[in-house]
Design a protein around this ligand. Structure first.
Ligand code: SAH
Length: 348
C-alpha cells in the first residue's frame, strides 16, 4: 500500500511541498482540498505534474464508501473500503442539532468480547490516523459540508476496533481532526470508547485533548465481567474507576459507562444494586443499550420493558442514566455486524 497523505498535519504538508520544490502556498491548497474530502487527483488548483508525483507515493482514495444502508429512521450505515481492500464500517446519525458519525479505528479487533461481532475474526490491522480521518472527510463532503461549515458535527470512536489498542494512530487522528484550519471538530464533540485499557486511559488523560471518555463496563462484578470481556482479566473494575477519576481530574470531563443489557448475564435487579453501590456519587453517566443479538454469538438481549425497569432502578438509586434508543437496528445495528455480514456473503 502507498502512504496516506491524510495522515499529515498542515505543518508536515508544508515540509512535503518544500521537498517537492513547490511554493509554500501549495501546502495550503493541498490541505484545504483534503479537508474538503477531495482526492489528490481532484484538487484543481494543483498542477498535473505535481499531482502525478504525489500519486506515485500516496493513495488517491485511501477510503471510499463501498455501500450505504439507510434505516427507516434515517440512520445511514456505511461499508468503507480501504486501499488494500479491507472493509470497516461506520454509522451516521442525524439529530436536530447536527450529525454524529461513528468511526472505526481497526480492521477487526483482538478484544474478543462475547457479545460483539467486531472480534469474530480477530484483529487484521490498525487504521492509520488518515484512514480514520478520511471516513469523516468523505461523509462530511457527501452531505455538502466543508471544513468551514461542517455537516458532521460530532464524532464517536465506537465503530469496530479498540481505539486505545491503536493508541498512537488514534491520538494522531484526534490531533488532526481537532486542528485549527482543518475540519476542526471540537474535542468536546468527540467521544472515545474503550473496553478499559487502564494504562492507555492514563496516557490519554495527559495528552491535552479533552475528548469525552466512555468505558464499556457491561458488568459491576469483576468475576462476571470476565465471562463476557476477556480484557477484564487484565484490569479490574477498581483500576478502571481510578483511571476514570484521574481522567476527570485532568480534563474536567464527566465520564460515561456503556452498559449493554444481556439476558441472564448482567441485567438483574442484583446487578442494578451493585452498579449503584459502585458508581453513586461519581461524576459519571450510565448509557444503557439493549444488546443487539449477533447471530454468531449465543447471547440474547432483554425486552424494552425489562430495560426500562433496570433504568428505573438505577435512577432510583441516584445514578444519572439513560436507555439509548435503538437506532438503525434494521440495518445491522451493532458494531461489526455489517462487516461480518459482508464477509459472510463474500465467503458463501
Ligand atoms: N472497543 C471499544 C469501542 C467499541 S464501542 C469499546 O469496547 O468500548 C461499541 C460499543 O458497543 C461498546 O460499548 C461495545 O461493548 C458495544 N457493543 C458491541 N457489540 C454490541 C452488541 N451486539 N449489542 C450491544 N452493544 C454492543
Amino acid at each position: 500500500m502507498k502512504e496516506i497523505l491524510q495522515d499529515f498535519t498542515a505543518a508536515e504538508l508544508q515540509a512535503l511541498v518544500a521537498e517537492y520544490g513547490e511554493p509554500s502556498y501549495r501546502a495550503g491548497q493541498l490541505y484545504r482540498g483534503l479537508m474538503r474530502g477531495k482526492r489528490i487527483s481532484e484538487i484543481s488548483e494543483l498542477s498535473k505534474a505535481f499531482k502525478g508525483k504525489l500519486l506515485e507515493r500516496f493513495e488517491d482514495e485511501p477510503v471510499r464508501i463501498r455501500e450505504t444502508f439507510t434505516s427507516s429512521d434515517g440512520t445511514e450505515k456505511y461499508l468503507f473500503e480501504l486501499a488494500d481492500g479491507n472493509i470497516v464500517e461506520g454509522v451516521l446519525m442525524s439529530y436536530k442539532y447536527g450529525r454524529t458519525q461513528c468511526v472505526s479505528t481497526q480492521v477487526g479487533c483482538r478484544m474478543n468480547c462475547a457479545f460483539c461481532a467486531s472480534g469474530l475474526n480477530g484483529l487484521l490491522r490498525n487504521l492509520t490516523a488518515g484512514e480514520i480521518l478520511s471516513q469523516i472527510l468523505i461523509v462530511n463532503a457527501k452531505f455538502g459540508g466543508t471544513a468551514e461549515k461542517r455537516a458532521v458535527t460530532n464524532v464517536v470512536l465506537m465503530g469496530s476496533g479498540e481505539p486505545l489498542d491503536n493508541y498512537a494512530n488514534t491520538v494522531q487522528f484526534l490531533r488532526n481532526v481537532t486542528a485549527e484550519g482543518g475540519i476542526c471538530i471540537s474535542a468536546r464533540n468527540i467521544s472515545l470508547s474503550t473496553c478499559g485499557l487502564v494504562p492507555k486511559m492514563y496516557e490519554l488523560a495527559r495528552e491535552g485533548i479533552p475528548v469525552n471518555l466512555t468505558v464499556s463496563l457491561h458488568s459491576p462484578s469483576d468475576e462476571e465481567r470476565q465471562r463476557i470481556m476477556p480484557v477484564a482479566k487484565a484490569y479490574s473494575i477498581d483500576e478502571i474507576l481510578k483511571a476514570c477519576e484521574y481522567y476527570f481530574e485532568r480534563t474536567g470531563r464527566r465520564y460515561i459507562f456503556e452498559y449493554s443489557l444481556i439476558a441472564g448475564e448482567n441485567s438483574d435487579a442484583r446487578h442494578a444494586q451493585m452498579l449503584i453501590q459502585l458508581l453513586r456519587g461519581k461524576p459519571c453517566h450510565v448509557n444503557l443499550i439493549r444488546l443487539n443479538a449477533v447471530k454468531e454469538k449465543n447471547l440474547q438481549g432483554i425486552t424494552e420493558k425489562e430495560a426500562y425497569r433496570f433504568l428505573g432502578l438505577l435512577e432510583k438509586g441516584g445514578l444519572s442514566a439513560t436507555l439509548r434508543r435503538q437506532i438503525g437496528a434494521d440495518i445491522g445495528g451493532a458494531c461489526g455486524q455489517l462487516r461480518a455480514g459482508y464477509l459472510d456473503g463474500k465467503n458463501s
